[in-house]
Design a protein around this ligand. Sequence first.
Ligand SMILES: C[S@@+](CC[C@H](N)C(=O)[O-])C[C@H]1O[C@@H](n2cnc3c(N)ncnc32)[C@H](O)[C@@H]1O
Length: 327
Amino acid sequence: MNKEEQLAALQTYFSLMSMNGGMRVFCAAQQAGIFNALGNGATTPAAVAQACGLKGRPVKLLLDGLCGLKVVEQKDGAYVPAPVMGFLSGAYNDLGGKYWDHLPAYLKSGVPMARMDNLAESEKQYRAQVMALDWMMRPSAEVAAAMLGIGRKMKGLNILDVGAGSGVWSLTFLKNDPTSIATALDWPSVLEIARASAGKLGLADRFKILPGNYHEVTLPAESFDLVILGNVTHIETEMRNKSLFGKLHAALKPGGKIVIFDVFGSQEKGVLEAALYALGLALRTERGEVHPMDRLQSLLSEVGFRNAVGRPIEVTPHTMGMLLADK
Ligand SMILES: C[S@@+](CC[C@H](N)C(=O)[O-])C[C@H]1O[C@@H](n2cnc3c(N)ncnc32)[C@H](O)[C@@H]1O
């Protein structure tokens, strides 16, 4: 090893130690009720220790570790929850812990712990998940709207958002172009969430819903200018993606476009995130798969799309990309 390689190896060692230690600190704090105590107004190590029935000095050391992790902040000598704690609530407060706990069993059996892509479970699973996807994807949706020129180059669109979830992609596009309208296609109870989101954003009058299974629902022919498939291709097999692409091709007006947003793993900053995403997907779906962009490009061209071009969406989480093609 030369000096540079030695330093890089040392850096990797320290990163691993920090990842491991950081997660232990976070989990210990959660189990001990530290975040609840902070949320209830305890601001000193002594007050947190008393609220949780713990010792003062270890709590002080733990709080400093949490500050290093940026989940707690110090303001005027007081320890307070950092903004990220707003995301760490509900199903996401364990940072996917229950999926990762299943990893040793998955390695032996190849059997996932959940089947989010199974038709019988899909609606219930996604009803619980799509609002989290909403805040995760919002910056990506804003950047994508700018990349596509929504409200500038692309205006007055009739948009179909397939597997819309919270509607994060289409609602962001509507916000950027007051002359576009959108139809969200998803399971009925998921669409209630999207509709509420449209209402909150003052976009309800331009946002329609189409409840049903996107493989089965009848779509009007040659009606849409833009079809969005956001985070859908990875829950479908190649064959099912191809048949969905064909169906969406028929629903687009001549000259219309399809845009696919998904994890494409092409950004240096998101290499670990994309690999963990693919593994996490395998832990919670039966057939979920992060499809390489060039495979999706081929499938698009096989059903008649042209000029399929992929680009990274360079914003956190740095895993997302968009694939745009013309009818
Ligand atoms: C991973 S989520 C993506 C949601 C949203 N597009 C986003 O990017 O945040 C996949 C969405 O597809 C919906 N979905 C999955 N299978 C479906 C099907 N066969 N028919 C209709 N919707 C389906 C789920 O309910 C969920 O809202």
